[in-house]
Design a protein around this ligand. Structure first.
Ligand code: SF4
Length: 267
């Protein structure tokens, strides 16, 4: 198996995996979405809320506010499988005390740990009118995407098989197929009497070009064992960390399965 990184930024990563199987790639995708630990606000104690927003909605908003969850931030925090996880005080404590008139933003959440804070400062949480007060305590905990979407580190985690475009040289060239492509993958070059493939990795395999060609000049398929994988995060964790952790989790699951099989598979 070969892996080639196409692009990488703070919250997006695209890579090509060659010579792999669909079940393996899909297992990585699922682990990245639901088995990688992430920090999010779990318990909210609303002492005072004069705003027009219901307590439940406000608590939900706080839960979905992305918090820094890189390896450094996660270190030493209890996981859901640990006994102390349930305790309010075992999480990272946040305070939100504001008085209107103002819009309360994510930057107003004061954390007890300088490492763990909202990823973005400008997420609007609630609008307060003149003299309205909110007074809230909250506890952020580590969780998994399989329990709640707020603990899902990925906003996009998807793969597609590597596109394969071929031309039938036995029939007349059909320039209409290039015009039909909605993603600029194909370009007709009448001078050299060719259709050029500009960016095959951008092909969505929608087959608009195939349908537009009346003589079957173009065919679109895919390479069965090659994949284009894309991970995007909400900024809480770098995508590379998500991928590495997902691979670790998959490895641990495989080890457990091997051990289980070696012991006879009776339990
Ligand atoms: S399959 Fe769709 S995206 Fe790909 S080349 Fe044809 S028209 Fe363009």
């Amino acid at each position: 198996m070969e892996i080639e990184v196409r692009s990488q930024s703070d919250n997006e990563m695209v890579f090509i995996v060659r010579d792999a199987e669909v079940p393996f790639i899909n297992a990585i995708r699922r682990c990245a979405m639901v088995n990688v630990p992430k920090i999010a606000i779990e318990d909210v104690n609303i002492i005072r809320n004069d705003s027009a927003m219901f307590n439940e909605v406000l608590a939900h908003r706080l839960g979905l506010t992305p918090l820094v969850s890189d390896l450094d931030a996660l270190e030493g925090l209890p996981l859901p499988e640990d006994e102390e996880w349930e305790d309010f005080k075992s999480g990272i404590l946040f305070e939100l005390k504001e008085q209107g008139p103002k819009v309360v933003y994510s930057k107003d959440l004061i954390s007890s740990d300088s490492k763990i804070k909202p990823v973005y400062d400008t997420i609007p949480l609630v609008k307060l009118k003149e003299d309205e007060i909110i007074d809230i305590e909250a506890s952020a905990k580590v969780g998994y995407g399989k329990e709640h979407a707020k603990w899902m580190p990925t906003t996009v985690c998807a793969y597609k098989q590597y596109p394969k475009i071929t031309f039938n040289e036995d029939v007349e060239i059909d320039y209409d197929c290039a015009l039909a492509c909605p993603r600029g993958v194909l370009k007709s070059d009448r001078r050299s009497k060719k259709i050029k493939i500009l960016d095959i990795e951008n092909c969505a395999m929608c087959k608009s070009c195939v349908r537009a060609s009346s003589n079957g000049y173009i065919n679109v398929g895919y390479h069965e064992n090659d994949f284009i994988f894309r991970i995007e995060t909400d900024g809480a964790m770098p995508p590379k960390e998500v991928l590495l952790k997902a691979c670790d989790v998959l490895g641990e699951k495989a080890d457990k399965f091997i051990k289980f099989s070696e012991e006879g598979g009776s339990k």
